[in-house]
Design a binder for this molecule. Structure first.
Ligand code: FES
Length: 104
């Protein structure tokens, strides 16, 4: 449990179902997704060579990097081949018409 504050990053309607946006929070680039009605936030730069994860294809609860195809679970940041948590994930919620993230 963390006491870090929630940071508003976008209006709630900025991310349609199955879509993602890239946002900058402090010195971080995040990819924020809406998949099956749920929001997910993770590192915006792929752990492989920094590809833009927010531009990846989302399917089956995973995102596939558009550059070389590394795939990560949205909920955990685990890379699906080597099962390592290569991508950091962040708390994200919808509150008062805004999407907010919490940076640990
Ligand atoms: S940069 Fe993402 S798979 Fe290579």
């Amino acid at each position: 449990m963390t006491n870090n504050p929630w940071t508003p990053i976008a209006d709630a309607d900025a991310i349609d179902e199955g879509q993602a946006i890239e946002v900058v929070v402090g010195d971080l680039i995040l990819a924020v997704f809406r998949n099956n009605g749920e929001l997910f936030a993770m590192d915006g730069m792929c752990a492989h060579q920094g590809g833009p994860i927010a531009q990846g294809k989302v399917e089956g609860g995973c995102v596939t990097c558009p550059w070389h195809g590394w795939q990560y679970e949205l909920a955990t940041g685990i890379q699906t081949i080597n099962r390592q948590p290569l991508m950091k994930t962040f708390d994200v919620r919808e509150q008062g018409g805004k999407i907010e993230v919490r940076i640990a």
